[in-house]
Design a protein around this ligand. Structure first.
Ligand SMILES: NC(=O)C1=CN([C@@H]2O[C@H](COP(=O)(O)OP(=O)(O)OC[C@H]3O[C@@H](n4cnc5c(N)ncnc54)[C@H](OP(=O)(O)O)[C@@H]3O)[C@@H](O)[C@H]2O)C=CC1
Ligand SMILES: CC(=O)N[C@@H](CCC(=O)OP(=O)(O)O)C(=O)O
Length: 334
């Protein structure tokens, strides 16, 4: 039985982690943590997240001393902001825990990237090198040895799962950079109140144009440049990415079908459509990323859909844990 901690359990992805882990037969939730200053410290988790009433009724504990909190713990999930994960992960790793970090703090092996896109100085270049990028379908072998898993970002998961089969099979004319337009629900911004995510402020709007940190995360792990434009939509959860690219001359439906089949025929959490396009309603509350595509001459449009809190965060983190410890990949997810 793995003893686990969820740090950031009052937040959206922390709550989804608790929902999965409570029904995992190989896992015990040892503690649900919030910050030392949290107004929620001492409250009962399920009073904040009543969907889990009677199922997870543990108290939210303030994280005051990492060494103390790590005692007897095998696995830690960090569902915390990037800077918080940056500080906490090395401490839990030093205490011998395996860490699954849902933030972006260890996803790209370049301290300069963090200065430029995250606005803080990265102090843990050693862990940046050792971290395994948690895009589960593509890192299965590396995950088996990982001490620190940097679970892939929500938009990067939807984008890369759609593009990687085509890139790796050499089917794209990469002179034309793939253009990724993605829309996210508001839960992507976390549970904390802010003016931009306030009910009456949200409609449908692009943001972070040419500057969003997920553009270099996607490009780095895909190995080719991309243009990425995120949009905030007025719905609670889900990401839909519409990706336009150019195929090499002579590449058609058969080659594209083969590439997707080879990539995902034995990957239970990616569903490739034979016809039609994915919709958010098919993935909300589900751990899947759904993918569809259409071809017109050399043009291809690939569409991917996921629940940002699940395949974009908590479900993928649990999937990575399952792969890391040799459990069934979809244990407690389906
Ligand atoms: N939301 C999404 O769709 C996705 C989020 N992510 C990433 O996952 C992480 C969590 O996101 P999300 O769940 O949305 O965030 P939330 O804002 O909903 O939750 C963050 C949690 O962290 C807690 N927290 C803050 N500081 C500390 C601290 N020092 N020690 C312990 N706990 C702390 C907060 O509680 P309190 O302040 O009360 O202590 C809160 O419970 C982020 O890094 C995010 O970028 C990744 C993919 C998708
Ligand atoms: C709608 C919204 O604000 N989305 C967030 C991305 C989600 C997230 O938390 O980012 P990571 O996946 O990198 O952790 C944003 O654009 O910053």
């Amino acid at each position: 039985m793995l003893e686990t901690l969820i740090v950031g359990a009052s937040g959206y992805t922390g709550a989804e982690l608790a929902a999965y882990l409570r029904r995992h037969p190989e896992v015990n939730i040892k503690g649900l943590m919030v910050s030392a200053q949290s107004a929620d410290a001492g409250k009962i988790f399920s009073d904040l997240h009543p969907q889990l009433k009677g199922l997870v009724d543990l108290p939210l504990q303030p994280l005051t001393n990492v060494a103390e909190a790590a005692k007897g713990v095998d696995v830690v999930f960090l569902a915390t902001a990037h800077e918080v994960s940056h500080d906490l992960a090395p401490q839990f790793l030093a205490a011998g825990c395996v860490v699954f970090d849902l933030s972006g703090a260890f996803r790209v092996d370049s301290p300069e990237f963090y200065t430029r896109y995250y606005g803080f100085t990265h102090q843990h270049g050693d862990w940046l090198k050792k971290a395994v990028y948690g895009l589960a379908e593509w890192q299965t072998e590396k995950l088996k040895q990982a001490q620190l898993v940097a679970v892939a970002g929500c938009y990067p998961t939807a984008s890369q799962l759609a593009l990687k089969p085509l890139v790796d099979a050499g089917l794209l004319d990469v002179q034309q950079w793939p253009v990724i337009n993605a829309v996210s629900g508001v839960s992507g911004a976390g549970r904390k109140a802010s003016m931009t995510t306030s009910f009456c402020e949200v409609s449908l709007q692009p943001y972070g144009v040419f500057t969003h940190r997920h553009q270099p995360e996607i490009a780095e792990h895909l190995g080719i440049p991309v243009i990425f434009t995120p949009h905030l939509g007025n719905f609670p959860r889900g990401i839909l990415a519409t990706i336009t690219c150019r195929l090499k001359p002579g590449v058609g439906e058969e080659e594209v079908n083969t590439a997707f089949y080879n990539a995902y025929h034995n990957k239970p959490l990616v569903r490739v459509y034979e016809k039609g396009m994915p919709a958010l309603k098919s993935v909300i509350g589900q751990p899947f990323c759904d993918i569809g595509f259409a071809i017109d001459g050399q043009h291809i449009i690939v569409v991917s859909a996921e629940d940002n809190l699940l395949k974009g965060a908590a479900a993928q983190a649990v999937q990575c844990m399952n792969l890391r410890f040799g459990f069934n990949e979809t244990q407690s997810l389906l």
